[in-house]
Design a binder for this molecule. Structure first.
Ligand code: GAL
Length: 306
């Protein structure tokens, strides 16, 4: 396995879970992410050792069941038979409803002007998700996004707003099906994308990228004493291309944390750009004495032995 490149599933196929997330449920880690082949939107793989990934299902496709949340609303996974865009899918399990709830970024497939969030749910981590449609949280634009659940059970949706100029932090309702309040507007005017939030002890961290499309750029981190509290100014994370990657998520395993980034279009980046050449950068997060996170390049994926 070579860092930055493909990962293969247990059938020997390239694993497509880009811009994704990982949750632990029962004995397994579930890896969800974008799959842009054919009629697929989101695929799911699982593993009990973070090394062997078993393909489970294309959990969201053009053919998935659509069920609007409110009578009179619409929910569709295509536009006139064409693909739409479902980007950066993130999933949390909701203990209250017993559902796995997915939030993602919705665009109509023609342009990038919808800037909306969308939701899908499932009774199982790796079943067919039911799509519930898209909306703008409190009317705000919503693009690159992530979910974060704190240890007190509070869950947050964080997404780029105002044409990416600002990053919004929303607290979610208990059923994870809606935004409850807009708790913070971060990095106003700084154009941050690809948010990934994690916690270490009493400190919270957020990784973000700058806004350069598929081209990698200098990642940054910010820290806070709570998701809804004030966040520090941005400071550099990784090198000036974040080792040719853009943050997807950070996975806690025991006391350690692992950075997962997307290497869009491969390296060197394919020209013309070929999404299916995208790989993954996986590196253990290290912390200096001041508690600042950093990563060091390693030619191999850096994963724990579990
Ligand atoms: C990136 C963003 C990706 C995708 C891409 C499209 O900046 O993080 O999720 O939207 O742009 O150009």
């Amino acid at each position: 396995m070579s860092n930055g490149g493909f990962i293969y599933d247990t059938d020997g196929n390239v694993l497509h879970a880009h811009g994704g997330c990982m949750i632990k449920h029962g004995d397994f880690w579930y890896w969800y992410g974008e799959d842009r082949r054919g009629d697929r939107y989101v695929s799911c793989y699982r593993s009990n050792d973070l090394r062997r990934w078993e393909f489970r299902r294309h959990v969201l496709t053009m053919g998935s069941e659509c069920r609007p949340l409110h009578p009179g609303d619409t929910a569709s996974l295509s536009e006139n038979g064409r693909r739409i865009n479902i980007e950066r899918p993130k999933v949390l399990f909701c203990g209250k409803t017993g559902k796995f709830v997915m939030w993602a970024h919705y665009e109509n497939g023609r342009d990038y002007r919808e800037a909306a969030a969308c939701i899908a749910t499932c009774d199982k981590p790796d079943g067919d998700f039911i799509y519930h449609g898209h909306f703008r949280p409190f009317g705000h634009m919503s693009r690159d996004c992530t979910l974060f659940r704190d240890t007190d059970g509070a869950s947050y949706f964080i997404s780029a707003s105002r044409d990416n100029a600002d990053l919004h932090v929303y607290r979610l309702t208990d059923d994870l099906m809606n935004v409850e309040s807009l708790v913070r507007v971060l990095f106003a005017g700084e154009y941050r994308e690809a948010p990934a939030v994690f916690r270490r002890g009493q400190r919270y961290y957020m990784l973000t990228s700058a806004c350069t499309g598929w081209e990698p750029n200098q990642g940054c981190f910010s820290e806070s004493t709570g998701v809804g509290e004030e966040w520090s100014r941005l400071r550099n994370f990784g090198d000036k291309t974040t080792f040719h990657s853009q943050s997807a998520f950070v996975l806690p395993v025991g006391d350690d944390l692992y950075y997962f980034g997307d290497r869009w279009g491969g390296y060197p980046m394919s020209h013309p750009f070929d999404y299916s050449k995208s790989g993954y950068v996986i590196l253990k997060l290290r912390f200096n004495d001041a508690g600042d996170p950093f990563i060091v390049w390693n030619d191999e994926f850096e994963l724990p032995t579990v």
